[in-house]
Design a protein around this ligand. Structure first.
Ligand code: HEC
Ligand code: HEC
Length: 447
């Protein structure tokens, strides 16, 4: 649909050009004929003047000739009388069509920018799960916050086929121009130090709209992800300090955690809601004494600079969820969030270890402190290999070494072993493997 060549000329324009050509040619022919017909000058002008010849008498003047002229007049008048209103009727459609054409042209230019490097694009597709933008994983080097050492992780890159349903064009514009600092998402706009001008950013946004799925599909996608996540949470429910296995917790993990739980995106989550790019959420009940306000904020989001809650002021970077989640789902997330302080963050924080969440990945945080080199040497390269190798290796690794390295591989191979929505679930499925890798149970649960 997008690869058809640009139609620079509308049907009306080509029609107009043909008419203009016909009229010009006809007029030239008439001139030539007229010149040929003209008699040469012979003798006195007074005698021979063309207009001195006797003309038609009254009978002739008011006869068929007059009728013919009048008939033609009537016909042209009718044509004009009908043609103008018809033109007037069709004009809005033509304009809308022209706008559509422009959108398609923009989107197809955007597609070119979005494409993988090999196809001449800027490789959005490479990180975000292909041209359809279903989400993916990116190898990324970060500075470990505990050890200060550089380390490779796999960072979850969100799906973009629903991004236009949860972020306004202005929000997307900001992310594209300035990127997401401290994440693999680079800045693309000139102002952010990237290579693209405003027109290219706009084209990318047009492309994102062109691959947009429907809100129904997005909600279904979110429901499936959350159900898988809930199953994973239930697996770990018995363990000390485990994250509560509620739908609210699962939905929080799959929709909010990548901005509100540090480390979520690379399978080493700190306590839920402890804050990352978005603020910690332990304060939610003070910020929103009224549950309705809280729900309203998550549902509608807030514009840049707008005030929210008791003393919040938005940076405009928090998405809105009215289209990608149902009202019921939002209510259960909010329910979960309002208890975060006591139940999750509180207990995890007082236990003093991130591992209190009952996630192998939580443990990894400590392991990195103790055996950080292991994690570096083994974790990076071998993890990507075992990722390809699939599930059998997952079990081996999981039981063999239930340390930081083991969990990375677990998460990896699980994601690669492929759920149907491999791209979209990459991050979460990885989490699942990480949690239960050692028992080998997760791989069954996930499949
Ligand atoms: C090197 C990998 C990489 C490349 C290349 C990349 N992105 Fe991203 N992008 C990411 C990651 C990772 C995130 C999520 C960051 C985070 O965790 O907050 C992201 C976030 C985004 C978001 C915000 C989505 C959200 O829901 O928060 C948008 C929009 C986006 N990218 C669009 C693009 C476009 C368009 C391009 C190409 C011009 C592109 N990205 C190229 C890795 C990449
Ligand atoms: C792309 C990152 C991102 C995602 C995803 C995200 N948030 Fe946020 N959130 C933010 C940012 C940034 C803020 C800070 C407020 C602002 O700038 O508008 C915020 C603020 C909040 C606040 C207000 C906290 C306070 O005390 O001021 C709540 C509550 C909240 N988010 C809930 C959620 C929920 C629930 C979800 C998932 C359904 C979610 N967020 C997903 C980035 C995100």
């Amino acid at each position: 649909m997008l690869d058809r060549p640009v139609l620079a000329i509308t049907a009306q324009q080509s029609f107009g050009i043909v008419v203009a050509l016909l009229v010009t040619v006809g007029w030239i022919l008439y001139l030539v004929a007229n010149v040929k017909k003209a008699k040469p000058e012979i003798g006195s002008e007074i005698e021979l003047a063309a207009n001195r010849k006797p003309y038609l008498d009254d009978e002739g003047l008011e006869g068929p000739r007059l009728d013919r002229v009048l008939t033609w007049g009537l016909i042209s008048l009718t044509l004009i009388g009908l043609g103008l209103p018809l033109y007037w009727l069709a004009e809005p459609g033509r304009q809308a069509g022209a706008v559509n054409d422009f959108d398609e042209v923009f989107a197809s230019r955007g597609e070119g920018l979005f494409a993988a490097t090999a196809d001449g694009g800027f490789n959005c597709a490479g990180c975000h799960g292909g041209l359809a933008g279903v989400g993916g994983e990116v190898a990324y080097t970060l500075t470990d916050p505990d050890t200060g050492q550089l380390r490779q992780v796999n960072w979850y890159a969100p799906s973009l086929n629903d991004v236009t349903l949860r972020m306004t064009d202005e929000q997307i514009y900001d992310v594209l121009v300035y990127g997401r600092p401290f994440s693999p998402m680079p800045a693309w706009g000139l102002e952010g130090g990237g290579p693209m001008n405003d027109q290219q950013i706009d084209n990318l946004i047009a492309y994102l709209h062109s691959i947009e799925i429907t809100p129904d599909e997005a909600q279904q996608q979110a429901t499936e992800l959350a159900e898988a996540e809930l199953a994973r949470l239930e697996e770990g429910a018995g363990e000390a300090g485990a994250q509560s296995a509620t739908l609210g917790a699962a939905l929080f993990n799959t929709n909010c955690a990548r901005c509100h739980t540090l480390g979520w995106s690379y399978d080493e989550p700190r306590p839920p809601g402890s804050g990352a790019m978005g603020p910690p959420l332990y304060n939610a009940r003070n910020q929103f004494p009224s549950r309705e306000d809280h729900i309203g904020f998550v549902t509608e989001g807030a514009q840049d600079g707008e005030r929210y809650g008791l003393n919040g002021q938005s940076s405009g970077r928090m998405p809105y969820f009215s289209q990608v989640l149902t009202a019921g789902q939002i209510a259960s997330i909010v329910e979960y969030e309002r208890l975060l302080n006591e139940r999750e963050g509180g207990s995890a924080a007082s236990a003093g270890t991130a591992g209190a969440e009952g996630r192998a990945s939580g443990n990894a945080n400590e392991d990195v402190g103790a055996g950080g080199e292991d994690a570096e040497e083994d974790g990076g390269p071998s993890s990507s290999q075992s990722g390809q190798a699939g599930t059998s290796e997952l079990d081996d690794e999981g039981t063999g070494q239930a340390e930081g390295t083991g969990q990375t591989e677990g998460g990896q191979s699980d994601a690669a072993a492929g759920e149907p929505e491999a791209g979209g679930t990459g991050g979460e499925a990885g989490g699942a493997g990480a949690g239960e890798g050692p028992t080998g149970a997760a791989s069954e649960a996930d499949q």
